[in-house]
Ligand binder design. Structure first.
Ligand code: MG
Ligand code: MG
Length: 272
């Protein structure tokens, strides 16, 4: 697969005004994430969660990034505000009438646009009481994201991020999804460069202040291989085992990584 790592052209550097708009999009996403996380309960449908997220995003004057999004002519436009993925679903699940039940884990992915600039962030959470195995997978994925973010430094190289994610994840006994990766973000939801969650360090474009990346490890209990369901969107693990997904939109600054999609005033070591 061509990850475009040899093509540094096209990575946009955001102005301070553009970064401010992305901070605002990030804040709105953080609020929507917190509301959805608090509402995750057995018996509630993923469609209800989608409506809650959409209400917050629209009420804050933003636009959902994913609704109507069509990456190519062969794919149907995405029909909802959030992606909502159950258990072995990795990403891109479509909200519907399925109810969450005790013991599920659910991955929810949010995007919002403020004056033309996107934010993108995801988390996985347990429904009711979950297995120790599921809980450990989620914790490892969240930690893998934070490990990757620590490498989003000016003067570093792009693949330093994915290398760190892979090293941590595999040491914990999990596999890292290869076929879906993080990405640059700004005026478009998906910009150059692709940000894989694996590989050797020290390669790819040099990271610079003003670049903004959506870093998003997906960790599986079994194989890293994936397949897509007949709906054209939902990505599942090839072996049907559990998967978790955490994502933040991160600005590279002279002072280090700035997480744009975290709650204001949150502890710098925590995902939220
Ligand atoms: Mg996302
Ligand atoms: Mg993303």
């Amino acid at each position: 697969m061509n990850l475009g790592l040899d093509k540094p052209r096209g990575i946009t550097i955001k102005s301070s005004r553009e970064l401010d708009l992305m901070r605002e999009a990030g804040k709105i996403i953080a609020e929507a994430k917190a509301a959805v996380k608090a509402a995750i309960t057995p018996g509630v449908t993923s469609k209800e969660m989608d409506a809650l997220a959409e209400e917050i995003i629209l009420n804050r004057g933003a636009i959902p990034s994913f609704k109507g999004y069509q990456p190519g002519p062969s794919m149907p436009p995405f029909p909802a505000t959030v992606c909502f993925s159950f258990n072995e679903e990795i990403v891109h699940g479509i909200p519907g009438n399925r109810k969450m039940k005790d013991g599920d884990i659910v991955s929810v992915d949010f995007g919002a646009i403020v004056e033309g600039f996107h934010g993108d962030s995801a988390f996985t959470a347990g429904v009711g009481s979950i297995s120790e195995q599921a809980s450990d997978l989620m914790k490892a994925t969240e930690k893998a994201l934070m490990k990757g973010i620590e490498k989003a430094l000016p003067g570093g190289r792009l693949t330093d991020i994915g290398h760190e994610v892979q090293k941590y994840s595999e040491a914990k006994g999990y596999s890292v999804v290869r076929e879906y990766v993080g990405h640059g973000i700004g005026r478009s939801l998906h910009e150059e460069p692709q940000v894989p969650n694996y590989g050797d360090p020290g390669k790819g474009p040099m990271l610079k202040a003003g670049m903004v990346l959506a870093i998003e490890p997906m960790l599986n209990i079994g194989t890293w291989e994936t397949k897509v369901l007949k709906d054209g969107w939902t990505v599942v693990t090839a072996d049907g085992k559990l998967s978790a997904h955490f994502e933040h939109t991160v600005a590279i600054t002279e002072n280090g990584p700035e997480i744009l999609t975290r709650m204001a005033g949150a502890d710098s070591a925590s995902y939220w």
